[in-house]
Design a protein around this ligand. Sequence first.
Ligand SMILES: Cc1ncc(COP(=O)(O)O)c(C=O)c1O
Length: 503
Amino acid sequence: MPVLSIEPEPADDALAEVPRVAAFAAAYPGYLATTGLDELRAAEYGYLDAGGHVYLDYTGAGLPAEAQVRAHVQRLGERCFGNPHSENPASAASTQLIERTRQAVLKYFGAPPDEYAVIFTANASAACRLVGEAYPFGRGSHLVLTSDNHNSVHGIREFARARGAAVAYVPFGSPQLRVDDDAVRSALRRYGPSRGLHGGLFAYPAQSNFTGVQHPLGWIDVAHDYGYDVLLDAAAYVPANRLDLSVHRPDFVPVSWYKMFGYPTGVGCLIARREALARLERPWFAGGTISAVSVMTDWHALSAGEAGFEDGTPSFLHIPDVEFGLSWASGIGISLIHERVRCLTGWLLDRLAAMRHGNGMPMARLYGPANTVQRGGTVAFSLLDPRGDAIDVQTVERDMAVAGISVRTGCFCNPGAAEAAFALTVADVARARGSNARTPDDYAASAGIPGGGAIRASVGLASNFADVHRLLAAIETTYRDQEQPRSGGLRSAGYPDLAEGAS
Ligand SMILES: Cc1ncc(COP(=O)(O)O)c(C=O)c1O
């Protein structure tokens, strides 16, 4: 019989919290079916509890299982691996494992090998850059992006503009910081090339790294119908959700593997439809990407398929760790991970929304949906003092660090979500631009972002109830009824109050 516990914690405290555990179990009964993950945590992620660490930054990075590291060491101890791109045995050994990993990636995502290619990159950002710098933007073509995007996707607009393409944003449309389906369709229609032509790129995240919102995968087909290629940023989505590329067929999918299973860092990939890949125009060549090059005649021939996009020596000692990571994730089961993440996210949202100071004022304000419908395990919020002023996030990050809790604060490289969450105006941004701010914190201060940004707690594969409970308890004990130096209240400009919109 699985037992829900908030161990390790002093017995008296644990007893005092029994009603909370019972309330959680009643609200999220699906959690009990995931208690196998507690055994896994004890066996493979033991460094968390050994160090008394509460890790709640899974959107920043997943965590490695000890088995992943063991597999790496074992592999390197068993064989000699050399730089690929040669026929010698050490080189061939590396090539063989890299190709096997490519197949494993395709299989994991259900991507037909004749339709999709896997290009290994340093990370998701490098995958975005590969697309941006080579996409055939030109006059008359468009880049359409949701305002909700990571900077590594926003950056593609610099390539688009440099080549004369128009850039259009689809704004946020709801208090929960979703993007309206109608707004997406109308932007695609308005800016789109005529049907059947490939004249534009539509880029959006499957899951927001700021709010956890999961945007509809159905937009891929809609955009295709309007003649767009689609870049689906899956970096924040795949760690706890199934992406089936036999059902949803985006053209370009950037991923960072450390976000999915913690190890290895330094390896990501671009999963790309071969047909779309063939239309990219690489702006340069490098070692590993050419089948032939001449200095005398200033000529080169790019290698076909994925090889033409992998600059220089791939991370040949670490790419095979991705194959292990994928089998690790498959062995656990993505639906099990998804369910645990869903339950813990729901509880975190419920409790944050319910927390009150003694005077009845809310202690927290959520950014994004307040329930688990079409959202992932990323929860962004501000903490408020009893007067309703936002508590400075650097103070929160420091206080949480003292309690052994890793959360992230700021704007998370998602400026569109930050602008909407904090209801910034063009004048606010102009002021920040004119302020010579040199750091993100300076920028937030000069734009007048209350508290300097948001706090982001994100759960994942190895999270448990105790992690979420400890964060909530630390917030309650540190900030309940504590007035802070005045920082100003939060605005809601245009949207109904986010807390009210929460349902
Ligand atoms: C949604 C999303 N896209 C892209 C990235 C960029 O990933 P990386 O820094 O690994 O390149 C991140 C990183 O946080 C992300 O959350």
